[in-house]
Ligand binder design. Sequence first.
Ligand SMILES: NC(=O)c1ccc[n+]([C@@H]2O[C@H](COP(=O)([O-])OP(=O)(O)OC[C@H]3O[C@@H](n4cnc5c(N)ncnc54)[C@H](OP(=O)(O)O)[C@@H]3O)[C@@H](O)[C@H]2O)c1
Length: 230
Amino acid sequence: MDTSASILVTGAAGHLGTSVVHELHQLGYQVLATLGSQKNTGIFDHLERVTSHVVDLLDPAGVASFIDTVRPKAPRAAVLLVGGFTAGGFAETSVDDLENMFRLNFLTAYNVVQPLLPIFDAQGGGQFILVGARPALLPDAGKDLVAYSLSKSLVFELASLINAYGQGKSIAASVIVPSIIDTPVNRKAMPDADPATWVTPEAVSKTIAFVLSEAGQMMHEPILKLYNQS
Ligand SMILES: NC(=O)c1ccc[n+]([C@@H]2O[C@H](COP(=O)([O-])OP(=O)(O)OC[C@H]3O[C@@H](n4cnc5c(N)ncnc54)[C@H](OP(=O)(O)O)[C@@H]3O)[C@@H](O)[C@H]2O)c1
């Protein structure tokens, strides 16, 4: 595994992001971690190969300028973890809900993909790892989570378009699909559920590390469903 290259991780201060940063750092990677706000500045100061950058991923110009600053670090992959959730079927889903989910789940990824693609082109390749969601693949579940499912369905489409663009250029996208991640937020929201049936952030992080590995790079357009027993 070439761990001398750097890996960009967005949403690094989130529940999944923190675990991913620790996993990649422990494997020896240089990690370029983006934070959504100043409040988490310093959380990775004890990790010598992690640099943290506060970047609003909804600001395309700001993201492009950030990507330009990390170009000399030759990022060879981007793990795009920013995203969020909202419940609601058709009756409860407003245009505002649709737009908010579109921005949080899709634009935060697109705004990184767009300026990184020319860098991957120039470097001769690169990987994107995106996070989808099961309701975007299962209409029976998605019909009660309309804004969330529609926004996450675009993540799968984005991966397909990247893979079409990247054919023959060693540029590829993978989608990780966790069911419910075992986070404090989910434990609080679902006090009667059994978290042992969920997926741990560590399991998702190890899967992401595998996708980044030499063996993982052999996979073709993977959509990796991490559902455990939920
Ligand atoms: N949790 C689950 O059960 C579950 C299930 C399936 C899929 N997923 C997906 O997995 C991914 C990670 O989930 P998570 O639970 O770890 O989420 P999380 O804890 O809410 O973390 C999301 C992170 O995104 C950052 N962020 C939000 N808006 C941003 C913006 N405009 N610019 C830059 N950063 C921004 C936040 O930073 P600040 O806090 O600093 O704003 C936060 O640290 C998401 O894509 C989610 O949809 C989660």
